[in-house]
Design a protein around this ligand. Structure first.
Ligand code: UDP
Length: 266
């Protein structure tokens, strides 16, 4: 597999500050980790609410079948590739994405920038106590970081109002929402106008990793596209369907689109 662009491949769309591709009906930003950090800092210091979301192979399969989720992604201000499958799949369809951006890798570094710029965080999601522990560990790694609140992610729809009040009173610049896809994106999309927060950011299982609750696997495996395998080995009961069946479905989905594009081209 190469990163070369097919002659007939669609060029990325540049609109305002964004350079994006249309990957299987989802608008995905073409940017590396430095570019992501710059855009996050700008959004967090601007007036919001801006929405930032990620996609991986599992997300793309959900987006294919769930139009509300797909619309939430396409209404976001930035969507980055968090899984290597999306980078490979996009390349197979002739799009160039520089690489994946994975929160567990970049968040401690980003938090040092947040600390320097006085950017306050609120962490919403995961099991009771996990976001709080993730916040404590981030503060230890990024001295001066302000985590102004945390809340678990297992609440009933009727409790959203109270939680939104709690978040607004804490006055964060960034709300990290780690409730898994598509739940977090739909929650962000639904409650966007009531959240007085410049940046709403879906982060999936990030708090589990940052808190040490879930192990990530050896770095060399993560660096070579096998994060999914490490996650599968750690949580086989929950994730076998997502990775063993989902990855095959995703590959077939991408190959099907590639054949269809070739037929149209030819
Ligand atoms: N989660 C949550 N509320 C829920 C369901 C899940 O806060 O109602 C949390 C869960 O504890 C975990 C995260 O959402 O921390 C989902 O992690 P996963 O790795 O599945 O996220 P994804 O791969 O979808 O990004």
């Amino acid at each position: 597999m190469t990163g070369d662009r097919d002659a007939a491949a669609p060029a990325p769309v540049v609109a305002g500050e964004r350079q994006t591709i249309d990957f299987l009906g989802v608008r995905v930003d073409v940017l590396d980790t430095g570019g992501l950090r710059d855009r996050i800092l700008a959004m967090a210091r601007g007036t919001g609410p801006h929405r930032v979301m990620y996609v991986n192979a599992d997300c793309m399969l959900i987006a294919r079948d769930n139009s509300r989720y797909r619309q939430a992604l396409n209404r976001a201000d930035l969507v980055y590739a968090d899984g290597i499958g999306v980078v490979w799949g996009a390349r197979l369809l002739g799009h160039g994405l520089p690489g994946r951006n994975t929160g567990a890798d970049f968040m401690p570094r980003f938090c040092r920038d947040f600390a320097r710029h006085g950017i306050r965080l609120f962490l919403l999601g995961a099991r009771e106590g996990v976001a709080a522990e993730a916040g404590r560990r981030l503060c230890a790694q990024a001295p001066g970081l302000q985590v102004v609140g945390t809340h678990h992610g297992y609440f009933r729809p009727g409790e959203s109002e109270r939680i939104i009040g709690e978040i607004n009173r804490a006055r964060p610049h960034i709300l990290l929402v780690g409730m898994g896809a598509p739940c977090q994106e739909l929650w962000i999309d639904t409650n966007r106008d009531r959240l007085e927060v410049p940046l709403l950011w879906g982060v999936g299982g990030l708090f589990d990793f940052l808190s040490g609750r879930t192990r990530r696997g050896p770095q060399w495996l993560l660096d070579h596209g096998f994060e999914w395998l490490c996650r599968l080995l750690v949580e086989p009961g929950r994730l076998w369907r997502r990775y063993l069946i989902g990855n095959v479905k995703f590959v077939l989905y991408v190959l099907g689109q590639r054949c269809a594009a070739r037929d149209r081209g030819g």
